[in-house]
Design a protein around this ligand. Structure first.
Ligand SMILES: [Zn+2]
Ligand SMILES: [Zn+2]
Ligand SMILES: [Zn+2]
Length: 316
């Protein structure tokens, strides 16, 4: 009846949070590996999955609100093969597309008004008035590009990006771009996982075996997920619980969901552990539906109340 799935997104979440905690980091940043793929090696190691799947899981966890992502870099990629190989950059003439384009630097001496190519200052002074040449505000530098074929001058040449993989050439406007993110943990997820760990230790100390998370198949055939499933080998005692942590009181939807699941897994009963507690309407609901609820303002209080709850012999 009890089925544990090898790896699901919630298990991945806990393993990634372990990475945050063990490495004492608040953000997981991408790195570019030798074959120019964006990777998150710490997470790949923790999950034993390739980079593509790791990125999928990280983004899924952002949608679920466990993690927050921040744009780290928006990289140009080949529009044809989407590979982040460094694109070869070359320039061409915006008028005739010739690649025979070169750069010229003009220098103007403000005081005497002389302007000429930088080479004309090679003696170290202004060729007109002899003033000592320096990279200062006395001299204004201007860069232009010139096409050897059509003779046109322009401020910026056309820039061509060539893919080293498929040799497709693109302009800046025809390139594709890929968003690469860094990931950080939300405060709520951190509290939730910390509480689950603490409950696990506590139940272990009372002689329970604990699976976190665990899955219970209902009468309907649906598998329901629980954050904690503690049980004693002799089957004398079972605790199924879900932990909810939010920055505002937990709403009645949670109670309704738990009630619906309760029908499906009967005669098993689950417990709701809610930080910072339930909303007024959710509380009324929980009383009407006789739901097992532990409301607490913080982790310590939740553990204290869980102790009392177990000592009083909770409903199973
Ligand atoms: Zn030209
Ligand atoms: Zn001069
Ligand atoms: Zn390409």
């Amino acid at each position: 009846m009890y089925v544990v799935v090898a790896i699901d997104v919630y298990e991945a979440e806990q393993r990634i949070i372990d990475v945050f905690m063990n490495q004492s980091i608040s953000e997981i940043k991408p790195v570019l590996d030798k074959v120019q793929v964006i990777r998150y090696p710490l997470v790949e190691d923790a999950l034993g999955l390739p980079s593509i799947e790791v990125v999928n899981i990280l983004n899924q966890l952002c949608e679920l609100g466990s993690f927050q992502r921040k744009l780290y870099i928006r990289v140009a990629v080949c529009p044809k093969c989407s590979i982040i190989d460094p694109l070869l950059i070359s320039i061409s003439c915006p008028n005739c597309s010739s690649i025979n384009v070169f750069r010229k630097v003009f220098v103007k001496h403000v005081k005497c008004g002389y302007e000429g190519l930088e080479e004309s200052f090679s003696e170290g002074s202004c060729p007109k008035c002899g003033f000592k040449y320096s990279r200062s505000r006395e001299f204004i530098r201007r860069t232009v590009f010139e096409c050897s074929d059509c003779g046109k001058q322009f401020k910026t040449p056309s820039v061509v990006y060539t893919c080293k993989n498929c040799f497709t050439s693109s302009s800046i406007s025809s390139l594709s771009f890929m968003d690469v993110y860094s990931y950080s943990i939300s405060r709520q997820s951190f509290l939730k996982i910390t509480l689950i760990y603490r409950i696990k230790d506590f139940l272990n100390s009372l002689g329970y075996e604990v699976k976190a998370p665990s899955y219970v198949e209902g009468v309907s055939g649906l598998k329901h997920r629980f954050d904690i499933y503690g049980f004693k080998q002799n089957n004398s005692s079972k605790l199924l619980a879900n932990v909810y942590v939010s920055d505002k009181p937990i709403g009645e939807q949670v109670i309704m969901n738990v009630f619906a699941v309760g029908f499906d897994i009967y005669p098993l009963q689950s417990t709701i552990i809610a930080i910072p507690g339930l909303s007024e309407s959710a509380r009324q609901f929980s009383i009407t539906l006789k739901a097992n609820v532990i409301e607490a303002l913080n982790i310590e209080q939740a553990l204290e109340k869980l102790k009392n709850f177990i000592n009083q012999g909770f409903k199973q």
